[in-house]
Design a protein around this ligand. Structure first.
Ligand code: NCD
Length: 340
Protein backbone atom coordinates (compact mmCIF):
# COMPACT_ATOMS: atom_id res chain seq x y z
CA UNK A 1 0.00 0.00 0.00
CA UNK A 2 0.96 3.60 -0.39
CA UNK A 3 1.32 4.79 3.19
CA UNK A 4 1.67 8.41 2.16
CA UNK A 5 -1.68 10.18 2.41
CA UNK A 6 -3.58 6.98 3.27
CA UNK A 7 -6.18 6.36 5.94
CA UNK A 8 -5.31 3.50 8.30
CA UNK A 9 -8.65 1.86 9.09
CA UNK A 10 -8.19 -1.91 8.95
CA UNK A 11 -5.43 -4.50 9.02
CA UNK A 12 -6.90 -5.74 5.71
CA UNK A 13 -4.94 -2.92 4.09
CA UNK A 14 -1.50 -4.41 4.69
CA UNK A 15 0.66 -6.88 2.82
CA UNK A 16 3.65 -8.63 4.33
CA UNK A 17 5.88 -6.22 2.42
CA UNK A 18 4.07 -3.24 3.99
CA UNK A 19 4.66 -4.67 7.44
CA UNK A 20 8.34 -5.17 6.72
CA UNK A 21 8.60 -1.57 5.58
CA UNK A 22 6.67 -0.24 8.59
CA UNK A 23 8.68 -2.29 11.08
CA UNK A 24 11.98 -1.18 9.53
CA UNK A 25 10.92 2.45 10.01
CA UNK A 26 9.72 1.63 13.55
CA UNK A 27 13.09 0.09 14.32
CA UNK A 28 14.69 3.39 13.32
CA UNK A 29 12.36 5.19 15.75
CA UNK A 30 13.59 3.20 18.77
CA UNK A 31 16.30 5.74 19.81
CA UNK A 32 13.62 8.47 19.80
CA UNK A 33 11.16 6.32 21.73
CA UNK A 34 13.94 5.54 24.23
CA UNK A 35 14.59 9.31 24.63
CA UNK A 36 18.17 9.20 23.44
CA UNK A 37 17.41 11.24 20.33
CA UNK A 38 14.81 13.87 19.53
CA UNK A 39 13.64 15.12 16.13
CA UNK A 40 11.67 18.12 14.85
CA UNK A 41 10.66 16.56 11.55
CA UNK A 42 6.93 17.25 12.13
CA UNK A 43 7.44 20.77 13.51
CA UNK A 44 4.33 22.80 12.66
CA UNK A 45 2.10 19.78 12.07
CA UNK A 46 -0.93 19.21 14.30
CA UNK A 47 -2.58 15.92 15.21
CA UNK A 48 -6.29 15.89 16.11
CA UNK A 49 -6.56 13.10 18.68
CA UNK A 50 -10.29 12.38 18.98
CA UNK A 51 -11.30 9.73 21.50
CA UNK A 52 -15.00 9.08 22.01
CA UNK A 53 -14.40 5.98 24.16
CA UNK A 54 -12.20 5.48 27.25
CA UNK A 55 -8.49 5.20 26.55
CA UNK A 56 -5.17 5.62 28.34
CA UNK A 57 -2.50 3.91 26.22
CA UNK A 58 -3.78 4.56 22.74
CA UNK A 59 -4.61 8.22 23.33
CA UNK A 60 -1.40 9.05 25.18
CA UNK A 61 0.88 7.00 22.96
CA UNK A 62 -0.56 8.42 19.73
CA UNK A 63 -0.10 11.90 21.18
CA UNK A 64 3.38 11.20 22.56
CA UNK A 65 4.48 9.59 19.28
CA UNK A 66 3.41 12.71 17.38
CA UNK A 67 5.13 14.95 19.93
CA UNK A 68 8.33 12.91 19.69
CA UNK A 69 8.37 13.68 15.98
CA UNK A 70 8.17 17.38 16.83
CA UNK A 71 4.43 17.84 16.11
CA UNK A 72 1.68 19.26 18.33
CA UNK A 73 -1.48 17.55 19.51
CA UNK A 74 -5.06 18.75 20.04
CA UNK A 75 -7.15 16.31 22.05
CA UNK A 76 -10.78 15.68 22.76
CA UNK A 77 -12.05 12.98 25.07
CA UNK A 78 -15.59 11.68 25.49
CA UNK A 79 -18.83 12.67 23.80
CA UNK A 80 -19.91 14.94 26.63
CA UNK A 81 -17.12 17.41 25.86
CA UNK A 82 -17.63 17.46 22.09
CA UNK A 83 -20.36 18.86 19.87
CA UNK A 84 -21.54 15.31 19.13
CA UNK A 85 -23.35 15.67 22.47
CA UNK A 86 -25.32 18.48 20.76
CA UNK A 87 -26.27 16.16 17.88
CA UNK A 88 -23.49 16.98 15.43
CA UNK A 89 -22.95 14.27 12.80
CA UNK A 90 -19.72 12.40 12.11
CA UNK A 91 -19.67 14.08 8.70
CA UNK A 92 -19.83 17.62 10.08
CA UNK A 93 -17.33 16.92 12.85
CA UNK A 94 -14.94 15.43 10.32
CA UNK A 95 -15.24 18.38 7.91
CA UNK A 96 -14.72 20.88 10.71
CA UNK A 97 -11.75 19.23 12.41
CA UNK A 98 -10.09 18.73 9.00
CA UNK A 99 -9.82 22.49 8.74
CA UNK A 100 -7.79 22.68 11.95
CA UNK A 101 -5.30 19.82 11.86
CA UNK A 102 -3.08 17.82 9.49
CA UNK A 103 -3.95 14.27 10.51
CA UNK A 104 -6.61 12.71 12.74
CA UNK A 105 -6.67 9.74 15.08
CA UNK A 106 -10.16 8.68 16.06
CA UNK A 107 -11.73 6.14 18.41
CA UNK A 108 -15.50 5.70 18.48
CA UNK A 109 -17.88 3.07 19.97
CA UNK A 110 -19.70 2.23 16.72
CA UNK A 111 -18.41 -0.30 14.16
CA UNK A 112 -17.74 1.46 10.85
CA UNK A 113 -17.84 4.96 12.38
CA UNK A 114 -14.16 5.74 11.79
CA UNK A 115 -14.51 4.76 8.13
CA UNK A 116 -17.56 7.04 7.80
CA UNK A 117 -15.60 9.84 9.46
CA UNK A 118 -12.64 9.27 7.11
CA UNK A 119 -14.88 9.37 4.02
CA UNK A 120 -15.79 12.97 4.85
CA UNK A 121 -12.26 14.36 4.99
CA UNK A 122 -9.31 15.05 2.72
CA UNK A 123 -6.70 14.50 5.47
CA UNK A 124 -5.48 11.09 6.70
CA UNK A 125 -7.43 9.37 9.46
CA UNK A 126 -5.94 6.62 11.61
CA UNK A 127 -8.36 4.41 13.50
CA UNK A 128 -7.86 4.16 17.24
CA UNK A 129 -10.63 1.52 17.38
CA UNK A 130 -14.25 1.36 16.20
CA UNK A 131 -16.42 -0.40 18.78
CA UNK A 132 -16.14 -4.18 18.53
CA UNK A 133 -14.76 -3.80 14.99
CA UNK A 134 -11.03 -3.27 14.58
CA UNK A 135 -8.02 -1.68 16.25
CA UNK A 136 -5.41 -1.80 13.49
CA UNK A 137 -2.54 0.05 15.17
CA UNK A 138 -2.80 -2.17 18.25
CA UNK A 139 -2.40 -5.21 16.01
CA UNK A 140 0.63 -3.61 14.35
CA UNK A 141 2.33 -3.05 17.68
CA UNK A 142 1.29 -6.53 18.82
CA UNK A 143 2.95 -8.15 15.82
CA UNK A 144 6.00 -5.89 16.24
CA UNK A 145 6.14 -7.15 19.84
CA UNK A 146 5.78 -10.83 18.87
CA UNK A 147 8.64 -10.44 16.41
CA UNK A 148 10.84 -8.76 19.01
CA UNK A 149 10.00 -11.10 21.89
CA UNK A 150 10.52 -14.26 19.82
CA UNK A 151 13.60 -12.71 18.19
CA UNK A 152 12.43 -13.81 14.77
CA UNK A 153 11.91 -11.92 11.58
CA UNK A 154 8.38 -11.90 10.09
CA UNK A 155 9.18 -14.68 7.63
CA UNK A 156 10.75 -16.75 10.45
CA UNK A 157 7.44 -16.65 12.34
CA UNK A 158 6.17 -19.32 9.97
CA UNK A 159 4.52 -22.08 12.00
CA UNK A 160 4.28 -20.03 15.21
CA UNK A 161 1.74 -21.08 17.80
CA UNK A 162 -0.46 -18.53 19.52
CA UNK A 163 -3.29 -18.90 22.02
CA UNK A 164 -5.86 -16.11 21.87
CA UNK A 165 -7.64 -16.10 25.21
CA UNK A 166 -10.82 -14.53 26.58
CA UNK A 167 -13.40 -12.33 24.92
CA UNK A 168 -12.71 -13.14 21.28
CA UNK A 169 -16.19 -12.08 20.21
CA UNK A 170 -16.02 -8.41 21.17
CA UNK A 171 -12.24 -7.99 21.48
CA UNK A 172 -11.36 -5.80 18.50
CA UNK A 173 -7.62 -6.14 19.08
CA UNK A 174 -7.95 -9.89 18.44
CA UNK A 175 -10.01 -9.25 15.29
CA UNK A 176 -7.27 -7.05 13.87
CA UNK A 177 -4.42 -9.27 15.06
CA UNK A 178 -5.78 -12.48 13.57
CA UNK A 179 -6.03 -10.81 10.16
CA UNK A 180 -2.47 -9.52 10.42
CA UNK A 181 -1.08 -12.86 11.56
CA UNK A 182 -2.89 -14.46 8.64
CA UNK A 183 -0.35 -12.73 6.37
CA UNK A 184 2.28 -15.11 7.80
CA UNK A 185 2.50 -18.78 6.89
CA UNK A 186 0.97 -21.72 8.76
CA UNK A 187 0.13 -20.07 12.04
CA UNK A 188 -1.42 -22.36 14.67
CA UNK A 189 -4.19 -20.50 16.45
CA UNK A 190 -5.75 -21.85 19.63
CA UNK A 191 -8.93 -19.93 20.40
CA UNK A 192 -9.57 -20.19 24.12
CA UNK A 193 -13.00 -18.82 24.99
CA UNK A 194 -16.40 -19.88 26.25
CA UNK A 195 -18.64 -20.82 23.31
CA UNK A 196 -20.63 -17.58 23.68
CA UNK A 197 -17.48 -15.45 23.33
CA UNK A 198 -15.77 -17.30 20.50
CA UNK A 199 -14.25 -15.56 17.51
CA UNK A 200 -16.82 -14.38 14.89
CA UNK A 201 -17.20 -17.07 12.18
CA UNK A 202 -16.16 -14.87 9.27
CA UNK A 203 -12.76 -14.18 10.87
CA UNK A 204 -12.18 -17.85 11.64
CA UNK A 205 -13.19 -18.90 8.11
CA UNK A 206 -10.92 -16.33 6.51
CA UNK A 207 -7.89 -17.51 8.56
CA UNK A 208 -8.64 -21.14 7.59
CA UNK A 209 -9.00 -20.17 3.96
CA UNK A 210 -5.50 -18.70 4.12
CA UNK A 211 -4.13 -22.06 5.24
CA UNK A 212 -3.79 -21.57 9.00
CA UNK A 213 -4.84 -24.09 11.59
CA UNK A 214 -7.48 -23.06 14.13
CA UNK A 215 -8.53 -24.99 17.19
CA UNK A 216 -11.24 -23.71 19.52
CA UNK A 217 -11.43 -24.83 23.13
CA UNK A 218 -13.14 -23.56 26.27
CA UNK A 219 -10.37 -25.15 28.37
CA UNK A 220 -7.73 -22.64 29.45
CA UNK A 221 -5.11 -25.10 30.66
CA UNK A 222 -5.24 -27.21 27.55
CA UNK A 223 -5.24 -24.11 25.34
CA UNK A 224 -2.19 -22.39 26.80
CA UNK A 225 0.17 -25.37 26.88
CA UNK A 226 2.54 -25.80 23.94
CA UNK A 227 2.31 -22.34 22.45
CA UNK A 228 4.89 -19.63 21.77
CA UNK A 229 2.63 -16.73 22.69
CA UNK A 230 -0.42 -16.32 24.90
CA UNK A 231 -2.47 -13.26 23.99
CA UNK A 232 -5.04 -12.61 26.70
CA UNK A 233 -7.87 -10.09 26.54
CA UNK A 234 -10.16 -8.20 28.87
CA UNK A 235 -13.83 -9.08 29.06
CA UNK A 236 -15.32 -6.26 26.94
CA UNK A 237 -18.15 -5.65 29.42
CA UNK A 238 -19.15 -2.34 27.78
CA UNK A 239 -20.20 -4.28 24.65
CA UNK A 240 -22.60 -6.63 26.49
CA UNK A 241 -26.28 -5.81 26.74
CA UNK A 242 -26.12 -5.91 30.55
CA UNK A 243 -23.52 -6.02 33.31
CA UNK A 244 -25.06 -9.28 34.60
CA UNK A 245 -24.51 -10.94 31.24
CA UNK A 246 -20.81 -10.05 31.29
CA UNK A 247 -20.50 -11.04 34.94
CA UNK A 248 -21.06 -14.73 34.09
CA UNK A 249 -17.69 -14.85 32.37
CA UNK A 250 -15.61 -12.68 34.67
CA UNK A 251 -12.44 -14.34 35.94
CA UNK A 252 -13.02 -17.60 34.11
CA UNK A 253 -9.64 -17.36 32.36
CA UNK A 254 -7.33 -16.01 35.02
CA UNK A 255 -3.66 -16.85 34.50
CA UNK A 256 -1.60 -16.78 37.69
CA UNK A 257 2.12 -17.44 38.05
CA UNK A 258 1.29 -20.93 39.35
CA UNK A 259 -0.87 -21.65 36.28
CA UNK A 260 1.92 -20.36 34.04
CA UNK A 261 4.58 -22.51 35.71
CA UNK A 262 2.44 -25.62 35.62
CA UNK A 263 1.00 -25.44 32.11
CA UNK A 264 3.29 -23.30 29.95
CA UNK A 265 6.67 -23.95 28.42
CA UNK A 266 9.42 -21.79 30.03
CA UNK A 267 9.76 -19.50 26.99
CA UNK A 268 6.05 -18.76 26.47
CA UNK A 269 5.52 -15.03 25.98
CA UNK A 270 2.59 -13.44 27.81
CA UNK A 271 0.84 -10.59 26.04
CA UNK A 272 -2.26 -8.46 26.63
CA UNK A 273 -3.30 -5.27 24.81
CA UNK A 274 -4.14 -3.79 28.24
CA UNK A 275 -5.90 -2.57 30.27
CA UNK A 276 -5.90 -5.80 32.25
CA UNK A 277 -8.72 -5.86 34.73
CA UNK A 278 -6.93 -5.97 38.09
CA UNK A 279 -10.09 -6.00 40.19
CA UNK A 280 -10.55 -9.04 42.41
CA UNK A 281 -12.44 -11.69 40.48
CA UNK A 282 -11.06 -10.66 37.09
CA UNK A 283 -7.26 -10.83 36.85
CA UNK A 284 -6.85 -12.09 33.28
CA UNK A 285 -3.12 -11.88 33.96
CA UNK A 286 -2.63 -11.97 37.70
CA UNK A 287 -0.48 -9.36 39.46
CA UNK A 288 1.71 -12.17 40.77
CA UNK A 289 3.13 -12.47 37.24
CA UNK A 290 4.63 -8.98 37.44
CA UNK A 291 8.16 -10.24 38.15
CA UNK A 292 7.95 -12.97 35.53
CA UNK A 293 10.38 -11.98 32.73
CA UNK A 294 8.10 -13.56 30.12
CA UNK A 295 5.37 -11.04 30.97
CA UNK A 296 5.75 -8.79 27.92
CA UNK A 297 2.74 -6.52 28.50
CA UNK A 298 4.64 -3.36 29.40
CA UNK A 299 7.24 -3.84 26.68
CA UNK A 300 4.26 -4.38 24.36
CA UNK A 301 2.68 -1.07 25.48
CA UNK A 302 6.06 0.69 25.06
CA UNK A 303 6.23 -0.56 21.47
CA UNK A 304 3.20 1.61 20.73
CA UNK A 305 5.52 4.61 20.48
CA UNK A 306 7.97 3.51 17.74
CA UNK A 307 5.19 1.81 15.75
CA UNK A 308 2.89 4.84 15.87
CA UNK A 309 5.82 7.18 15.14
CA UNK A 310 6.60 5.06 12.07
CA UNK A 311 2.99 5.20 10.89
CA UNK A 312 2.82 8.98 11.26
CA UNK A 313 6.16 9.39 9.47
CA UNK A 314 5.09 7.16 6.57
CA UNK A 315 1.57 8.58 6.22
CA UNK A 316 2.91 12.15 6.30
CA UNK A 317 5.81 11.25 4.00
CA UNK A 318 8.73 12.25 6.24
CA UNK A 319 10.22 8.81 6.93
CA UNK A 320 13.48 9.74 5.17
CA UNK A 321 13.79 13.16 6.81
CA UNK A 322 13.65 12.20 10.49
CA UNK A 323 17.39 12.01 11.05
CA UNK A 324 18.11 15.29 9.22
CA UNK A 325 16.31 17.25 11.95
CA UNK A 326 17.45 15.16 14.91
CA UNK A 327 19.85 15.64 17.80
CA UNK A 328 20.67 13.99 21.12
CA UNK A 329 18.36 14.90 23.99
CA UNK A 330 19.49 17.51 26.54
CA UNK A 331 17.70 16.18 29.57
CA UNK A 332 18.70 13.45 31.99
CA UNK A 333 16.92 10.15 31.27
CA UNK A 334 17.09 7.80 34.27
CA UNK A 335 17.28 4.07 33.57
CA UNK A 336 15.41 3.31 36.77
CA UNK A 337 14.34 5.15 39.93
CA UNK A 338 14.09 3.06 43.08
CA UNK A 339 11.60 3.94 45.78
CA UNK A 340 13.12 3.54 49.27
C1 NCD B 1 -7.90 -2.27 23.89
C2 NCD B 1 -9.03 -1.57 23.18
O1 NCD B 1 -9.33 -0.41 23.46
O2 NCD B 1 -9.60 -2.21 22.32
N1 NCD B 1 -7.06 -1.40 24.57
C3 NCD B 1 -6.05 -0.77 23.90
O3 NCD B 1 -6.26 0.04 23.04
N2 NCD B 1 -4.81 -1.14 24.20
C4 NCD B 1 -8.32 -3.43 24.69
C5 NCD B 1 -9.40 -3.28 25.73
O4 NCD B 1 -9.99 -2.23 25.94
O5 NCD B 1 -9.67 -4.29 26.39
Amino acid sequence: MLFRGSHILSTDQFTLGDLQRLFAVAQGMEPYAARRRTTRVLEGAILGNLFFEPSTRSRISFGAAFNRLGGSVRDTTGFQFSSMAKGESLYDTSRVVSGYVDIIVMRHPTIGSVREFAAATHIPVISGGDGAGEHPTQALLDLYTIRKELKRDLTELRGMRIALVGDLKFGRTVHSLIKLLSLLEHVHFTLVAPRELQLPDDLAEEAKRRGHSLRATPNLYEGISNVDVIYTTRLQQERFTSEAEAERFRGSYSITNAVYTRYCGPGTVLMHPLPRDSRAGAMELHDDLNANPQLAIFRQADNGIPVRMALFALVLGVEDKVEASARNVNWYVPARIDVE
